[in-house]
Design a protein around this ligand. Structure first.
Ligand code: GDP
Ligand code: IMO
Ligand code: MG
Length: 425
């Protein structure tokens, strides 16, 4: 069975942990969208790995790791990640495959990201400053794009980089008064990347089709979450890729029909990093309590995450667009000790009740949450291993999530460790 794991909220749902667990049963793990804006935490034997570009299958010796064409690939960050894992004893010689069609994030993309965000001031998106938007913009624009395959043709790459930096320097200088970028410096960095990564660059679409035809099990790992999807999220406060399950096919070359399980990951509450509407946000003591108990600080940027109640309207929408047929609910342990818990199954918008998520940022700002209140529990869940052994109110809470989203829950997270997971029939 091939499986696709995606976040159904605004990212950081615990995808890394879920992928790491499922990878045990799979042969190949593929990242298909986003870039080093992602931060996926995997904990193995008390050792913590924060993965940005490397698929979360990396920490299992026999798992092949594929970086698909839909990823914007930052070789500088990736090399640090790769070398860090190699120092810890992991070997990638015959199990790492990077798409020749993946677009390359270079220093000028990161510069452009931060220049633009600074210029926007209070209206900024709150990006991770990893150059994601500028790199995807170059991909769509085509004329100034660099792909991994370009590393194979150094002379052509050199002249391309000259053309690109000539253009970017004019724009950056005129718009932001920025210092010029040196094309030679960018080219030299590409030479280093090419020497170190050249052997991993290949046609990953061919690799994946052959693997599936040979009966191998493939696990697709999403980054970010459906509400950050460029087309279907809370635009403009989104990332620049199709972060929902809809991005799986374009970002890997594998059609949805080849995948049976579409597993959506949610937290038992909601978090968001960066700007944008967040109807169930609790910018108060409740939010602070969740932040402290759940350790809600960004894996990539360290920023405190905004916290709030479980948004059923948003999760149901995200499940619907992603064809989600199973849910993993993470961080159930974090909610222990609260007298009452709230879930939001609908909004009031301009005097009318709606169950359908309005993605328009203005509508979402105006949406008022209609809450359902559920009783909490005090028991610590961190060592509970069976669904039946959960406190009654915790089970009722999970059942409420199933009812509101219309999707069956199959996994429940009770802590950050690999073994802190409950399987539910
Ligand atoms: P991702 O981006 O979706 O992979 O999620 P992150 O790794 O950015 O953030 C999830 C955080 O929650 C990480 O620190 C995980 O170690 C942690 N985590 C994952 N599942 C659970 C859980 O069930 N309970 C608790 N307490 N922490 C969890
Ligand atoms: P994982 O994979 C949470 C958010 C940023 C910002 C917006 C745009 O760990 O879940 P970008 O740098 O992509 O242009 O930023 O998207 N964002 C994330 N939030 N988790 C992530 O990844 C994110 N990747 C981007 O905070 O609001
Ligand atoms: Mg994360």
């Amino acid at each position: 069975m091939n499986c696709c794991v995606t976040g159904l909220q605004w990212g950081d749902e615990g995808k890394g942990k879920v992928v790491d667990i499922l990878a045990e049963q799979c042969d190949v793990v593929v990242r298909f969208a986003g870039g080093a804006n992602a931060g996926h935490t995997v904990i193995v034997n008390n050792q913590k790995f924060a993965l940005h570009l490397m698929p979360s299958g990396a920490v299992r010796e026999d798992t092949a790791c594929v970086i698909g064409n839909g990823v914007v690939f930052d070789p500088e960050i990736f090399l640090k990640e790769l070398e860090g894992l190699e120092q810890k004893g992991f070997n990638f010689a015959s199990r790492l495959f990077i798409s020749e069609n993946a677009h390359v994030v270079l220093s000028y993309h990161k510069l452009e990201d931060s220049l633009r965000e600074s210029a926007l001031g209070r209206n900024k998106i709150g990006t991770t400053n990893r150059g994601i938007g500028p790199c995807y913009a170059d991909k769509i624009g085509r004329s100034f794009a660099v792909r991994m395959a370009d590393f194979r043709r150094p002379e052509q790459l050199k002249s391309k980089l000259k053309k690109i930096t000539d253009y970017k320097n004019k724009v950056f200088e005129a718009v932001y008064g920025a210092e010029p970028i040196d094309p030679e410096e960018v080219y030299q960095s590409c030479q280093t990347y090419s020497q170190k990564l050249g052997k991993y660059i290949c046609n990953t679409t061919k690799y994946l089709h052959e693997a599936i035809d040979a009966g191998k099990k493939v696990l697709f790992e999403g980054a970010q979450g459906a509400l950050l999807d460029l087309d279907h999220g809370t635009f403009p406060f989104v990332t620049s890729s199709n972060a929902s399950a809809l991005g799986m096919s374009t970002g890997s070359g594998i059609p949805a029909g080849k995948v049976d399980r579409f597993l959506g990951v949610v937290k038992s509450y909601t978090t968001r990093v960066g700007s944008g509407p967040f109807p169930t946000e609790q910018d108060n003591q409740t939010g602070q309590l969740i932040r402290d108990k759940g350790n809600e600080y960004g894996t990539t940027t360290g920023r405190p995450r905004r916290c709030g109640w479980f948004d059923g309207v948003a999760a149901r929408y995200a499940a619907a667009i992603g064809g989600i047929n199973e849910l993993a609910v993470m961080h159930l342990d974090t909610l222990a000790g609260m007298d009452e818990l709230k879930i939001c199954p609908s909004y009031m918008l301009e005097g009318e009740k709606t169950n359908f998520f309005p993605v328009d940022a203005g509508d979402l700002e105006r949406a008022e949450c209609v809450y359902e209140t559920l009783p909490g529990w005090n028991e610590d869940l961190s060592e509970v291993k069976e669904y039946e052994k959960l406190p009654e109110n915790a089970k009722k809470y999970i059942e409420a999530i199933e009812r509101v989203t219309g999707v069956r829950v199959s996994m429940i997270g009770t802590g950050p460790r690999r073994d802190q997971i409950i399987y539910k029939k």
